[in-house]
Unconditional design. Structure first.
Length: 106
């Protein structure tokens, strides 16, 4: 028998999604807000200054299935590189800018 759950230690497609889930702000140079005095460039001191924001999220992928996404939808969370199938979207989102609607599919 195969296992029904898989622990995903580094599974994410969207860096902004990881930052929001970890309670951090989206940086201006990564596509988020910012203003006149926002920091535009990173320095070597910034790399180890705070929590690790480049690694993905840790979660348990149970009885899951993957989904196919096509543009304009975007993958938000994937199955990681350790589980099979690898790097497949598990959660996707879509934003309708004309009507103001949002959809998240799990």
């Amino acid at each position: 028998l195969h296992p029904k759950e898989a622990y995903i230690s580094n599974g994410c497609s969207s860096n902004d999604f990881v930052r929001v889930c970890k309670g951090l702000q989206v940086r201006a140079d990564m596509g988020g807000g910012g203003g006149k005095y926002s920091k535009k460039y990173t320095t070597l001191e910034d790399e180890g200054a705070g929590p690790d924001t480049k690694s993905g999220l840790e979660y348990v992928y149970s009885y899951g299935s993957t989904i196919n996404t096509i543009h304009p939808a975007f993958p938000m969370l994937d199955s990681g590189s350790v589980s099979y199938p690898t790097e497949r979207p598990v959660i996707a989102g879509y934003v309708d800018r004309q009507r103001g609607g949002k959809v998240v599919v799990c």
